[in-house]
Design a protein around this ligand. Structure first.
Ligand SMILES: Cc1cc2nc3c(=O)[nH]c(=O)nc-3n(C[C@H](O)[C@H](O)[C@H](O)COP(=O)(O)OP(=O)(O)OC[C@H]3O[C@@H](n4cnc5c(N)ncnc54)[C@H](O)[C@@H]3O)c2cc1C
Length: 585
């Protein structure tokens, strides 16, 4: 398989030509000139390509082993993790007082991309740790911050999220794990969590589990839940490690992909835990971290598709099969390369237009994240609206595009040696965890769309319309016409829910996934419009700018028409979907 190379040029185009980050009047953005970001991204790309990518197949083949409660990660993971830690890559946007570099979340996001593309399973060990860092930063008291933040920033200790239990996945109100208060202010946690990513491993001295559990007095359902810090090894205030806590990994799950990441059943048997945030305020504490986590999973969706695309592109140039319909392109050889065939071009253009558009949308989302964390309420509302779209659309399409790459390989794509099969298997989980994509659609339609009288949604429509009629007009009359029609469809879809959803909520729920995809296409169309405008003025080569405009046109003309289909489906309502009684299946 073609070796992965970080797409630094495209990353820089999005950061500097599309988003023009160095011109933004935001704290922390003033120093982000092109030389600075390019040196960081080149370096991150090198680490990804030279250290992490070669371990991807190793991780897939070897997986993680559990023996006597100890998990061994695949060969090479420990050294690679040390290199990532020592290079400061785990703390890009962490506070300087915690040993971080205090850079914007946008730069953290751009740096994460090549790590995920090169080795998603490996990157998850630090990804979950970053989530734990953010939770403690937001909700911890001063002593908790002093003890945990520097160690999580450096990944000297890693972190996990413990929500899921055998009887409880989407419906967290069913959580049974109990937390009993102790005289010293700590809690004793008892229960079983399943599917816990990075739950046990040999990459760090300690693992800080954030556990959602039920303490007395909170009642049933999600209202009764609290969040706890439950370390694998208990430590004093200086961080000196002491006794092992009463928790262990009971099993590693055998799963379809991301074999290099240890997905564990975690048994808590009276384990010592410390309340994080308010008692019975566990759900609210979790919610504050969801934007970051879901943005990160959306990134996984396209980052794995990027690697698959690079492989497919390389294969399509080398593999000789058949002749071009317009006449031989490689007359001296036995056949022409696959890339001459229009159907292979379709697959490659689908992948290229998705991956580059998705990259732009994710960076745009990360920029909203930075604005929101600097007190911009409108950015916070827009981000909150867009998060389910970024998470679910980019992971649904990311998987589809990994399959498209596999298709370019023909039968060889189905054989493990090609490497592309692993990418298909790895990409699949991102559609499921961190809230399934079906549940993201319900969140979008059931909560986000109508929030605050639909203010954020209305502002989003105005933002895209303003672009089409403003800077986008320079692209010519027809260029953005598909986006304009898509925007009309989006508005019509929302109107349908408004008219029918209050009378019969099933109507809105039935159309939720279609609405999310409709909005995803508009969001990517918007990004491609921005890219086409930026390509008109940027300093890149003519070939690069021409390719941007051609790819924008491809996405707009070939993919935006899908909005009409999604709208038509939304308008069929729940009737046909719910016509059969449950026994008829
Ligand atoms: C490899 C892997 C790693 C994971 N890592 C973690 C982790 O680190 N920490 C953690 O806590 N969990 C983790 N999970 C768990 C993951 O988040 C859950 O699997 C996911 O949230 C779905 O829960 P479930 O599997 O119980 O499915 P269910 O909740 O049973 O859902 C089954 C199906 O029904 C749909 N559904 C459920 N409720 C509704 C509804 N009300 N309306 C419409 N449709 C509905 C879902 O969309 C889904 O399609 C991981 C899972 C895997 C496989």
């Amino acid at each position: 398989m073609t070796a992965y190379a970080a797409p630094v040029r495209d990353q820089l185009f999005i950061l500097h030509d599309m988003l023009r980050i160095e011109t933004l009047d935001l704290p922390g953005f003033g120093d982000l000139d092109r030389d600075f970001t390019s040196s960081i991204l080149e370096e991150a790309g090198r680490l990804a390509a030279e250290v992490l990518a070669p371990l991807n197949a190793v991780g897939d083949r070897e997986g993680c082993r559990l023996e006597d409660g100890v998990v061994t990660t695949p060969a090479g993971f420990r050294d690679a993790f040390d290199r990532m830690r020592e290079g400061g890559w785990t703390a890009i946007d962490c506070r300087e007082e915690d040993g971080g570099q205090g850079l914007p979340h946008l730069i953290h996001t751009a740096v994460q991309e090549p790590f995920v593309s090169a080795n998603m399973a490996f990157d998850m060990y630090q990804g979950l740790t970053h989530g734990a860092y953010s939770a403690i930063l937001r909700h911890g008291d001063e002593a908790q911050k002093a003890l945990y933040l520097p160690r999580l920033a450096s990944c000297e200790w890693t972190g996990t999220m413990n929500l899921t239990e055998p009887q409880c996945g989407t419906d967290l109100g069913l959580i049974r794990t109990r937390a009993e208060p102790q005289d010293d202010g700590s809690y004793r946690l008892t229960g079983q969590k399943i599917f816990i990513s990075s739950g046990e491993h040999d990459l760090a001295d300690n693992i800080i589990h954030l556990v959602l559990a039920r303490a007395p007095g909170g009642g049933e359902g999600t209202r009764g839940l609290s969040l706890f810090i439950v370390p694998k090894v208990l430590a004093d205030a200086e961080g000196t490690l002491g006794a092992r806590n009463s928790l262990r990994a009971g099993k590693i799950e055998h799963k379809m992909g991301i074999h290099g990441n240890a997905t564990c059943v975690m048994d808590f048997d009276g384990a010592t835990g410390f309340l994080l945030g308010p008692l019975h305020g566990g759900m609210a504490a979790m919610f504050t971290m969801m934007n970051e986590a879901r943005l990160g999973v959306g990134l996984q969706g396209y980052a794995v598709a990027e690697t698959a695309y690079q492989a497919a592109r390389g294969y399509a140039r080398e593999r000789l099969q058949g002749r071009a319909i317009t006449g031989a392109q490689n007359p001296g050889g036995p056949a022409d390369p696959l890339i001459v065939h229009p159907d292979i071009r379709r697959l490659l253009m689908d992948q290229k237009s998705f991956v580059e558009g998705a990259r732009a949308l994710t960076y745009w989302g990360a920029l909203l994240f930075d604005r929101a964390s600097r007190g911009d309420d409108a950015a916070e509302a827009l981000l909150s609206l867009m998060i389910p779209v970024i998470k679910a659309f980019l992971t649904d399409k990311g998987f589809e595009m990994a399959v498209a790459a596999q298709q370019v390989f023909g039968g060889h794509g189905y054989i493990e040696e090609s490497g592309v099969s692993q990418l298909v298997r790895d990409a699949r989980i991102a559609m499921i965890y961190e809230g399934t994509n079906g549940v993201q659609a319900l969140d979008l339609v059931g909560r986000k769309l109508a929030h605050d009288g639909g203010k954020a949604f209305t502002e989003y429509l105005a933002l895209v319309r303003g672009f089409i009629e403003g800077p986008g007009a320079a692209l010519g009359e027809d260029f953005l016409a598909p986006l304009s029609r898509g925007l009309d469809d989006l508005q019509a879809g929302a109107m349908y829910f408004l008219e029918h959803g209050t009378k019969a909520p099933e109507e809105a729920m039935a159309g939720a996934s279609d609405f999310l995809h409709l909005m995803g296409h508009v969001a990517l169309g918007h990004m491609w419009g921005l890219a086409a405008v930026a390509a008109g003025t940027c300093n890149e080569s003519e070939a690069f700018c021409d390719a941007k405009r051609a790819t924008a046109r491809y996405y707009l003309t070939r993919h935006l028409p899908a909005t009409a289909l999604h709208l038509a489906r939304i308008r069929t309502g729940a009737g046909a979907m719910m016509a059969l009684p449950a026994e008829a299946f």
